[in-house]
Design a binder for this molecule. Structure first.
Ligand code: BES
Ligand code: ZN
Length: 463
């Protein structure tokens, strides 16, 4: 096995400088969702490209149709060495509500071993771990054991609309033997984790229209169908009594998870009581007969994300609303497809609310992303197991994930390369929320693990 002592030394030597640079990166409010930050988005992209050049990569800021992408490249590895594509995102979620931050979102601060800042864990800090790791190789050895392409996008937090076309356009430049992404969490402190699955997403806006204007609920109520009631009743038919989704054909494409994966899941330390208490709920819900981790990682769901109708201000108003709206999303598992779920959802609502029902229903698809599952075989996964074991002092656990990163399946489809998801966040690190943080020691270990990964992958790869 390759000795990694020189890499550890190189990382330790530059620890202060690496963190101070990360602080500079985190100070740039790269909020992709809002136009007032467009200048900061460009500034963050330029900053990152400059940092990549500083460690010896070639770097360019490339247009995408939305916020730019940053592409770093180093292609001087010996013949026969693999090419690794590192993906991350430099955009962050809006910081609001500002008053709930203990220290300001864009003034990074370390307290109790936690680095607090918007983007610390999602995903500037984790992206930076890779830059630290590459820089350690360059300083320790003057070279890298493999060819590297780093792709940092600026639109992950707003749905990555321009990324799949960007990957397709730059397919040759992005060609690689494996993709690695650090944009997720470990199962628990001290438990390095490799993701084996992500759920997909199908997100809709449903509008139910009744009378052409709001009506007096006394003068008309009882004789005119209420769109809010009609919508509520229709949405209530989406689940059956056992918590399953009652839409025709919804489970047809669900491919069971391999028994070995389910068995592994049952061995992970999880307590429903602790989970429940941490969330402040008295009971858990969902499908009967499934464990919590099974429900979160292996089963599709349907949620109402928001509803709006009628009077919602202070006090009472006797109104029969003319219209009702709901945001409804489904999390999907392999091999479900967002376009198929869209057809099923529309058909279900039309059956519930036909023309004769007195209201009309319309459905708009907002967001879609395919689910993903890895088989975890091959040199990149073996390399990850070795690298994580070395950096964290224990074997990684294999975990699933209930959230979605739509671009993962795009990478597999367009680049035909396996994707390794290994992140260094922790549950409770407040991604998308006030007081977002990442453990400083986990970030250091993450950088070590990635530095080791490049060696381990190069050593295991054969063309
Ligand atoms: N990084 C998250 C996804 C994630 C969360 C992966 C936790 C692993 C662990 C990502 O930024 C995100 O929030 N994705 C969205 C989907 C997107 C289409 C808006 C999600 O899952 O809701
Ligand atoms: Zn996110």
């Amino acid at each position: 096995m390759t000795s990694h002592a020189d890499l550890i030394r190189a990382l330790d030597e530059r620890d202060t400088a690496d963190f101070s640079a990360l602080f500079d990166f985190l100070r740039i409010p790269s909020v992709s969702a809002r136009s007032e930050y467009t200048g900061d988005m460009a500034r963050a992209a330029d900053w990152l490209a400059h940092a990549m050049r500083g460690i010896g990569l070639e770097a360019a800021v490339l247009p995408t149709g939305g916020h730019p992408a940053v592409l770093g490249e180093w292609r001087k590895a010996p013949p026969g060495a693999p090419t690794l594509l590192i993906y991350g995102h430099y955009d962050v979620q809006p910081p609001e509500p500002l008053e709930l931050w203990t220290s300001p979102a864009f003034e990074p601060t370390i307290r109790d071993g936690k680095l607090f800042a918007r983007g610390s864990v999602d995903d500037k800090g984790q992206l930076w771990a890779h830059v630290m790791a590459l820089s350690a190789h360059m300083r320790a050895r003057g070279t890298l054991p493999l060819n590297v392409v780093i792709l940092a996008e600026g639109e992950e937090e707003v749905g990555s609309d321009h990324l799949a076309p960007f990957i397709a356009t730059h397919r040759e430049r992005l060609a690689c033997d494996a993709v690695v992404i650090s944009d997720s969490a470990m199962f628990a402190e001290g438990m390095p984790s490799i993701l084996s699955s992500l759920r997909g997403l199908a997100y809709f806006e449903v509008t139910v229209r009744g009378p052409s204007t709001d009506l007096h609920s006394g003068m008309y109520g009882g004789a005119v169908v209420n769109p809010a009631m009609a919508l509520a009743r229709a949405l209530a038919t989406l689940h059956d009594k056992r918590g399953r989704i009652a839409m025709k054909g919804f489970y047809d494409r669900v491919r069971p998870f391999p028994t070995a994966v389910l068995k592994g899941m049952r061995k992970l330390p999880h307590s429903d009581t602790r989970f429940r208490k941490a969330l402040g709920v008295r009971a858990l819900g969902g499908e009967a007969g499934k464990t919590t981790l099974e429900k979160l990682w292996t089963r599709p769901t349907c949620e109402i994300n928001g509803m709006l109708s009628g009077y919602t201000g202070e006090g009472a108003k006797t109104v029969l609303p003319g219209e009702a709206m709901a945001k409804v999303s489904f999390r999907l598992v392999p091999d479900q497809r967002p376009d198929v779920v869209e057809r099923q959802f529309k058909a279900h609502l039309m059956r519930q609310l036909p023309a004769s029902s007195g209201v009309t229903v319309s459905v708009k698809a907002l967001h879609g992303g395919a689910p993903w599952r890895a088989d975890l075989d091959g040199p990149i996964f073996d390399a990850a197991r070795a690298a994580l074991r070395n950096a964290f002092g224990r074997d990684p656990v294999i975990v699933g994930e209930g959230g979605s990163i739509p671009v993962v399946s795009d990478f597999e489809r367009l680049l035909k390369a396996p994707v390794l998801l290994a992140g260094f966040g922790l549950p409770g690190e407040n991604a998308h929320a006030p007081d977002e943080w990442i453990g400083v020691d986990n970030l250091r270990r993450g950088a070590r693990a990635m530095a080791f990964l490049y060696d381990e992958f190069a050593a295991r790869y054969s063309p």
